[in-house]
Design a protein around this ligand. Sequence first.
Ligand code: FES
Ligand code: FE2
Length: 349
Amino acid sequence: MLEQENPSIRTCPINRNHWYVVARSCEVKAQPISITLWYQKIVIYRDQAGMIHALEDSCPHRLVKLSQGAIVGNEIECAYHGWRFNGEGKCTLIPYLNENQKLPPCQIRSYPVQELDGFIWVFPGDKNYLNQESVQPMGVPEWEHLNYIATVSIIDCPSHFSFLIENLMDMYHGHLHDNYQAWTSAKLQNLSVNLNRVDAYYDAQSYYTIDKIWSISQLFLPPLRRLHPEPLTVSYLYPHWVSTLGKDFKIYCLFCPVHETYTRAYLIHFTSLHAFWRLHKLPIWFRRWIKESLFGCAQKMLDGLVRQDITMIAQEQEAYLNSSAQKSYELNPTIYQVQKLILKQAETV
Ligand code: FES
Ligand SMILES: [Fe+2]
């Protein structure tokens, strides 16, 4: 039996030198939005050319939130006195500047940001690390791929991010999910660990087989499901998570740790249409229409899973806050490796 060996895991900071996901692309429209990534308040805005920018969410004049302002051309204008800032965080205009006055040399922090595969990715760390291969944004290649049907559920979890990733890596908690889970009877077969990742290989029984055009209805009609063995893989690709169940399902969880006791994450479930080879020969516009029409088809299942998980994780966090010295017991070696990785990553900053 493995005792929890790392009490500091529940307060451990993130490694800032990675790309984190802070919003869905569709959340960033004409108005700026405010997000928090590990205590840093950031305004995300889309300029009139459609480009995304990320700046510290604080006007240097009176330190109010820039995210309350508006977009003017490619710049953001503070709501209070109308000072404007460009995408690099440089002040470009003060509407009441006298002829004999100069713009103050104020500079707000700008963050590297990318819009990739339906999400906004921000790099909150040291820009010198940006070119390293190990810190490229993970991406979600299935997002645009015509053979995958997506569903997205947002996880707002009142806990440290370690509780959430441990929940995602520990496939023995299928017990909690009853009708929502796609699989049952998971058994850990293998565990592989390196500097940036932990991969856990389970054998499981899957409820779903996606091989007929109406197979998708198994997602909402339990009597149509038939148990059969499938490999179940879960991977912590620090700081995000990916899982596959056989060939039919792939799930991502993209992390935005907000602070020590709050984590936002985006869970993306993909159902694969790889078995329908006839479909792949149809015109692209039709396949795109199918993909878009079926978007969200696993919503009820995914939201149900998220609700059940958050309830448990919130209790874990609460128990920790009430008594941080209290021991807990763990039988799954995956969890110990995940904790080690989190602590190791935090050390490298
Ligand atoms: S506080 Fe932003 S312009 Fe004055
Ligand atoms: Fe779960």
